[in-house]
Design a protein around this ligand. Structure first.
Ligand SMILES: Cc1ncc(COP(=O)(O)O)c(C=O)c1O
Length: 388
């Protein structure tokens, strides 16, 4: 069986490093917000070319904290509207609700699965104060267009990069202007700058859930930002709203990145770019070699802005294809079977219609893709798909 995602195999090479990290944490005897979290926050900020990184308990809390942080510093107010793609993992939408803000759903493009920037404008009202851009499946949303709209309407742009660690934006018209304002922005990734830098005063949420491109051995998350005022509040908000023990400035959460998980992430972060390259190499093969009229391959413009957290195809008879692949020992997963607006949890929205989102949810199927998938396994998946 070719598993959809072999987490054991992914983490096997780190076994010794993990054991050393565990010993280090045991020796330190400091288990919450210790040296490993501090080291990781510094390293991940550098990796993302952001000025601040705030470790959190998970990716969902990272999003919630960003919105609560903006409310705390007076840049958002309860009841403000936030534009968000209708086609996303439900966490993006729940985070907006959790912060007492109102999600306003916008259809995606069928080709990219990401929010269609051309449809944002018509959803903007006097209450719209932010856009949550989701880089779904690892592909950057169209940040140049989104930022343009945000600048025109004075909106905050928050990014959900839970599935897109290391996806860097291409240079566009915004970069030269914004870069001048940010002397510390590095350029360690060639000419590409991370999308967060497009919007200097904004924030990005990451998840380190085990299956993510950078995953730990439990839950974990982080926020990156270049906004010192927001960062200061977030460091406190994730820790009961307290900077000094037992003195609370804000109504905060307990959502700290765990010290042990940070230690494991410190061992894995140096390989993230190489892992993403492996994912892209597999994606290139799938795109070039899968030839079957019944299968629609994902769009990729071959630039660096896709880290292929998932390789998501579309097909009109998904059940049949998934069954066929399973019969041939290839495990696949559906991301996701039910669109957020049709979930029971959001019953007020169940009568709404988002045809493109619904079509995507009816047709998508994720093929195995990961840094540990072998060439032979990739060839086998391609061969079986071409015989379908
Ligand atoms: C797009 C998106 N946003 C947010 C999250 C939430 O991350 P976590 O599971 O770490 O809370 C996820 C994770 O599954 C996700 O895929």
């Amino acid at each position: 069986m070719i598993p959809f995602l072999d987490l054991k195999k992914i983490n096997e090479p780190y076994e010794t490093a993990f054991q050393e990290k565990l010993k280090l944490v045991l020796d330190n005897g400091w288990y919450i917000l210790g040296k490993e979290v501090e080291t990781f926050e510094k390293a991940f900020a550098k990796y993302c070319q952001a000025q601040y990184c705030i470790g959190t308990g998970n990716g969902f809390d990272a999003l919630v904290l960003i919105f609560k942080g903006y409310i705390q510093i007076g840049k958002l107010q309860k009841g403000d509207e936030v534009i968000v793609p209708a086609n996303t993992y439900i966490a993006s939408i729940l985070a907006i609700l959790q912060a007492d803000l109102i999600p306003v759903l916008v259809e995606p493009k069928l080709e990219t699965y990401n929010i269609n920037p051309d449809l944002i404008q018509e959803k903007i009202t006097s209450k719209t104060k932010a856009i949550l851009a989701v880089h779904l499946y690892g592909q950057l949303a169209e940040m140049d267009k989104i930022n343009q709209i945000a600048i025109e309407h004075d909106l905050i742009v928050v990014e959900d990069a839970a599935q897109a660690h290391g996806a860097f934006g291409n240079s566009n018209n915004f970069i030269p202007k914004l870069r001048d304002q940010m002397p510390n922005a590095g350029d360690s990734h060639g000419n590409n700058l991370q999308s967060t830098i497009y919007n200097l005063k904004s924030a990005t949420a990451y998840s380190f859930y085990p299956g993510k491109n950078l995953g730990c051995l439990g839950d974990g998350g982080a926020i990156t930002t270049n906004d010192p005022e927001l960062a200061k509040v977030l460091f406190s908000l994730r820790n009961y709203g307290s900077e000094k023990k037992y003195y609370n400035e804000y109504i905060g959460l307990n959502s700290r990145l765990d010290e042990l998980q940070a230690a494991f992430l410190n061992a894995k972060l140096p390989n993230l770019d190489a892992d993403n390259d492996k994912r892209r190499a597999i994606a290139k093969r799938y795109l070039a070699e899968i030839k079957n009229d019944k299968i629609i391959l994902p769009y990729w413009d071959l630039s660096g802005n896709h880290v292929f957290h998932l390789f998501v195809i579309r097909t009109s008879n998904r059940e049949d294809l998934q069954h066929y692949l399973s019969q041939n020992n290839i495990q696949t997963v559906i991301h996701y079977p039910v669109p957020p607006h049709q979930q029971k949890a959001l019953k007020d929205w169940n009568t709404l219609s988002f045809p493109i989102t619904e079509q995507i949810h009816n047709e998508v199927l994720s093929l195995p893709i990961s840094p540990v998938l072998t060439d032979e396994e990739v060839s086998f998946v391609i061969e079986i798909l071409n015989q379908y």
